[in-house]
Write a protein that binds this ligand. Structure first.
Ligand code: ADP
Ligand code: MG
Length: 387
């Protein structure tokens, strides 16, 4: 789960990580009110969307007066903000963060995340903050200090000092950095985060360390332990079909192609997406209905795939084990009765009760393309792709 910068900053503040004073606003009036409360200018207006790169995309603006806050907030709220992270369609801005503008002396980078290669947590820091860290990593890897943490031992003071000295900090700043990174690490672990990133972490002209930007992602598998943050979820920022699928515990990810597919088991789903590509098409989604799916889950999965307007054909590829082929067939037929199927549907199934399943599909009178085997199925998908 992703959250907004203003929400991440709320969490930072609770963990003793310094952030600028500020408030979220959902309207121009609230933005002006927030600026008045801050009490001095300039203030910064920041578009709240679940994507970075807002600075370059026009989503971070400085306002020097009450009038300018009103004017800029009016332009920002409701705009479609395109950044290198939103994709060309951009995101509609529905709220902005109004915060004090801090005089920046230096912009640093700080991030923590699990490192799959080493099986550890990695904390990265760089003196080249504020910009695209991927670019820094590619062009100047020597400017990034990384420390790897054994998750059982966690962040030790020497790790934090190693990072501080790697950043060239000393004295009070080094001391403040050590406590800041320690606090962020506590937040990371307490909330089962998959990413905590501060870019930029700034040194102000007054010599304070402040998190100017804040990004926190949570591991969805740990969310059941953190009911307190579920309110941070913003349905406006999620793909509507993915949101719908999550209600039924379906592992559905929307993709850019035209061949929808429904599969049981993540491995088979990956292989099926490869097959779709081999057939000369692109998958419109990933959907693993799970090993023990019910007819109802199949029905909902099928309906969700069909409600995607970019889907030009569907490939159902099921290996019946715990999920029996007759249950699958029943689910598909039920779904087909409820939605109007405008695209060809190729069905390949094999395994438990396959004969019964085929019979249900035949008797339904619906025009499914039932494949003899996998090869036949891929041929049929290729045929749809050619049309
Ligand atoms: P994004 O990463 O989406 O571009 P940031 O929050 O990092 O958004 O803001 C982009 C840039 O805007 C920062 O690198 C910083 O230079 C400037 N900025 C952001 N917030 C403030 C602030 N409160 N005071 C001064 N400058 C700011
Ligand atoms: Mg940033």
């Amino acid at each position: 789960m992703k959250i907004h910068e203003y929400q991440a900053k709320e969490l930072f503040a609770r963990y003793g990580v310094p952030v600028p004073r500020g408030r979220v606003a959902f309207s121009v009036e609230e933005a002006v009110e927030a600026a008045v409360q801050l009490g001095s200018y300039p203030v910064v207006l920041k578009a709240q969307i679940h994507a970075g790169g807002r600075g370059k995309g026009g989503g971070v603006k400085l306002a020097h007066s009450r009038e300018e806050v009103g004017k800029l907030a009016g332009e920002m709220i409701g705009m479609t903000l395109v950044t290198h992270q939103t994709g060309p369609e951009g995101r509609v801005v529905k709220k902005i963060l109004v915060e004090e503008a801090l005089p920046i002396e230096k912009e640093l980078y700080l991030g923590m995340l699990p490192d799959r290669k080493s099986g550890k947590l990695v904390v990265m820091a760089s003196s080249a903050g504020g910009m695209d860290i991927e670019e820094v990593a590619a062009k100047h890897p020597e400017k990034i200090v990384s420390v790897y943490l054994d998750p059982l031992l966690g962040l030790q003071p020497f790790h934090a000092r190693q990072l501080a000295y790697g950043l060239g900090l000393s004295g009070d700043l080094a001391r403040d950095f050590v406590s800041l990174v320690t606090n962020l690490y506590r937040l990371f672990v307490d909330y089962d985060c998959s990413l905590v990133e501060v870019n930029p972490l700034v040194v102000t002209e007054g010599g304070r360390l402040v998190a100017l930007d804040a990004k926190v992602n949570f591991d969805d598998n740990g969310l059941f332990r953190h009911r307190d943050i579920l309110g941070y979820r913003d349905p406006d920022e999620e793909d509507p079909l993915e949101l719908e699928a999550s209600k039924y515990n379906l592992n559905y990810i929307k993709m850019n192609g035209t061949i929808g597919n429904m599969v049981n088991g993540a491995g088979l789903a990956m292989a099926t997406m490869d097959l779709i590509k081999l057939a000369g098409a692109e998958p419109a989604n990933f959907l693993d209905v799970g090993g023990g799916a019910s007819a109802e889950m199949v029905e909902n999965g099928f309906r969700i795939i069909l409600s995607d307007p970019s889907v030009k054909g569907v490939f159902v590829n099921i290996f019946g084990g715990i999920l029996r082929c007759d249950v699958l067939a029943q689910g598909i037929v039920e779904a087909a009765k409820k939605v109007d199927i405008r695209v060809p549907v190729v069905i390949r199934m094999e395994g438990t009760n396959v004969e019964k399943g085929r019979e249900i599909l035949e008797k339904s009178g619906l025009k499914f393309l039932v494949a003899k085997d996998l090869k036949d199925a891929v041929g049929k998908v290729a045929e749809i792709a050619r049309q």
